[in-house]
Design a protein around this ligand. Structure first.
Ligand SMILES: Nc1ncnc2c1ncn2[C@@H]1O[C@H](COP(=O)(O)OP(=O)(O)OP(=O)(O)O)[C@@H](O)[C@H]1O
Ligand SMILES: [Mg+2]
Length: 230
């Protein structure tokens, strides 16, 4: 479960008030879109959930971990429970697709025997099985994005968090990717997607949390992009 309670985030650099008393609860197994204008605080929320940041004020609870006072040594355990697809992918340039994915399993100490089974399985799931020996620069933007998703999935996290995962995709690929995330959600994983894809959000009719100036301005189910009615 994910819960933010009255969370404030002030960045020291520039003194930006990115979050201004935001509260939000996401139960296990939910599929949630987070929408909102550029600079409204969406990526900041994700950085809090993965403990890249600590809240300036307020409580952030993720899968039983209290981010506001998580000990440094517990952060890797927290991160095993979440898979994050970053806005900029963060792939490793000099590792192949296979190695980019295997790497995060090695990082949590998975045995080689399990890695050899699991990596091809997730590459198959994202449709990249035949490109496992390529390097990131030999892939299209959409393929790179799917490597990032494979990597987020591979340790079988409780929650998948994707920051604008369709940013570089054409409309058909965007639909495919959302379908993939729905499939993953159907297997029991909580899915949180930050997106600007108005059409997709309206089409999928999931819970939509709209953020503006660091607070939730609307939270409803059924595919509303901001306050727009279908
Ligand atoms: N490291 C940082 N240092 C200082 N200010 C920051 C930092 N990161 C973000 N901000 C500021 O915090 C606010 C929220 O940024 P955030 O990245 O959360 O927005 P966002 O909703 O993800 O926007 P976008 O849709 O453009 O990705 C913005 O005003 C941004 O300039
Ligand atoms: Mg962002």
């Amino acid at each position: 479960m994910i819960e933010l309670q009255d969370v404030y985030q002030v960045y020291n650099e520039g003194g930006t008030h990115a979050l201004n008393g935001i509260s939000l609860k996401i139960d296990d197994g939910e599929f949630v879109f987070v929408v909102g204008p550029s600079g409204s605080g969406k990526s900041t929320i994700i950085k809090l959930l993965s403990a890249e940041l600590r809240p300036t004020q307020g409580r952030v609870h993720v899968n039983g971990f209290e981010i506001e006072n998580i000990p440094h040594k517990d952060i890797p355990y927290l991160r095993r429970t979440i898979g994050v697809v970053y806005q900029d992918f963060r792939l490793i340039d000099n590792k192949t697709v296979y190695e980019n994915v295997a790497f995060v399993m090695r990082a949590v100490g998975a045995p080689q025997r399990i890695i050899k089974k699991r990596v091809p399985y997730v590459l198959e799931l994202v449709g990249l099985k035949n490109k496992s020996r390529r390097f990131p620069h030999q892939l299209s933007g959409g393929e790179q994005q799917r490597v990032a998703i494979a990597r987020a999935l591979v340790n079988n996290p409780d929650v998948i968090i994707a920051d604008e995962p369709t940013g570089n995709l054409d409309p058909a690929r965007s639909v495919e990717l959302m379908t993939l995330l729905e499939k993953i959600n159907g297997l029991g994983t909580t899915v949180l997607v930050v997106t600007h894809e108005r059409e997709l959000v309206n089409q999928l009719e999931k819970r939509v949390v709209a953020i503006e100036r660091g607070v939730v301005i609307s939270d409803r189910t059924g595919g509303y992009y901001l306050d727009e009615e279908k």
